[in-house]
Design a binder for this molecule. Sequence first.
Ligand code: ZN
Length: 67
Amino acid sequence: MEKEIKCRLCQGRAELQFEEVKLSDGRITIRDPPYYKCLKCRREFTTSEQMTELSGQISSKNGKKPE
Ligand SMILES: [Zn+2]
């Protein structure tokens, strides 16, 4: 998984983010799935979108040339 990707909307930098939720005074930590957050337009990219992009990269190897 890339630590940093290019935002599709504004071409800015989108960094990998992890969110932690602490329960019971910090004794229990729940980690949400990682996601990307654009530093420029503040758009958040979910993991489902990452999966879509991944499958797109795979299909692009079948004939089509990636830009
Ligand atoms: Zn952006």
